[in-house]
Design a protein around this ligand. Structure first.
Ligand SMILES: Nc1ncnc2c1ncn2[C@@H]1O[C@H](COP(=O)(O)OP(=O)(O)O)[C@@H](O)[C@H]1O
Ligand SMILES: [Mg+2]
Ligand SMILES: [Zn+2]
Length: 243
């Protein structure tokens, strides 16, 4: 994202009465660099709290266990996400969130709302799509490929970034190898009190089956679980309403 600035014509400094001063647009450039480094796909940059529409969550369908409506669940999950932003701005070692729910229930949207709100506040974070990360790590093993990045670089970035969004820690075919990679990230972040926002379509009770006990117990230690429930995939709802 290039900043077009009328004040400094993109130079970053303004000369006034022979004195050079940094242009206010510098701040925006720093933020833009952080947006780029966060690896949030451009489409997801538009996912902001003010666009999070509660209208997609049914007011009449109830969560069979809690006897509250999908709308009420979404409202409390939205509140938890906003609350995370406030807490994180005060203390960057605050606890993370685990957002679960079916496909198309707004998990990625909400995780991006958090990310975008914090990026606007000049925070550093990384958005990682779990299957993509695992693919990237696998690709570093491929001898025929030119190496631009090593496995440990990929893992270290995810381990050490102040805030990590692990998107789509979903119901994939996990092997011991993939479980181990995820474990090293989660374990490091727990030990260094680094918050993580996780989105997953796995039910809480099935998490252990997919990820193993040691990762699951650490996730529960570092993230508060919230759900988003929809009776119809929001993508379908949008398609129907002609969005
Ligand atoms: N609360 C919401 N308000 C507006 N649009 C939403 C909302 N939740 C999801 N969407 C839209 O629905 C689609 C699916 O949402 P997404 O967050 O990717 O679902 P999930 O990650 O749960 O599979 C996206 O195009 C997103 O823009
Ligand atoms: Mg998603
Ligand atoms: Zn400028």
């Amino acid at each position: 994202m290039i900043v077009h600035c009328d004040k400094c014509a993109g130079r970053g400094i303004i000369v006034q009465d022979g004195v050079a001063e940094p242009c206010p647009c510098i701040k925006q450039r720093v933020i833009n660099a952080k947006i780029k480094a966060s690896q949030i796909p451009p489409k997801f940059s538009q996912y902001t709290f003010d666009r999070f529409n509660l209208g997609y969550y049914s007011r009449t369908m109830l969560d069979p266990e809690k006897r509250i409506s999908h709308r009420e669940i979404a409202a409390s999950t939205l509140a938890a996400a906003k609350n995370f932003v406030h807490s994180y701005l005060k203390n960057n070692h605050t606890g993370g969130l685990l957002l679960t729910g079916p496909v198309g229930s707004g998990k990625t949207f909400l995780a991006c709302c958090i990310a975008n709100a914090l990026l606007a506040q000049n925070k550093t974070l990384l958005f990682v799509v779990v299957p993509d990360l695992l693919d990237q790590i696998r690709a570093t093993y491929d001898a025929a490929r030119q190496k631009t990045v090593t496995e440990s670089e990929l893992l270290d970035t995810a381990r050490e970034v102040p805030l990590l969004i692990l998107d789509d820690l979903g119901a994939h075919n996990y092997t011991d190898w993939t479980r181990n990679k995820i474990f090293t990230i989660i374990n490091y972040r727990l030990n260094y009190l680094l918050p993580t926002i996780i989105t997953s379509n796995i039910n809480l009770e099935d998490l252990e089956e997919y990820l193993g006990e040691r990762t699951t117990s650490r996730i529960f230690e570092m993230c508060r679980p919230y759900r988003l429930l929809v009776d119809v995939d929001i993508r379908m709802q949008m398609a129907k309403s002609g969005f």
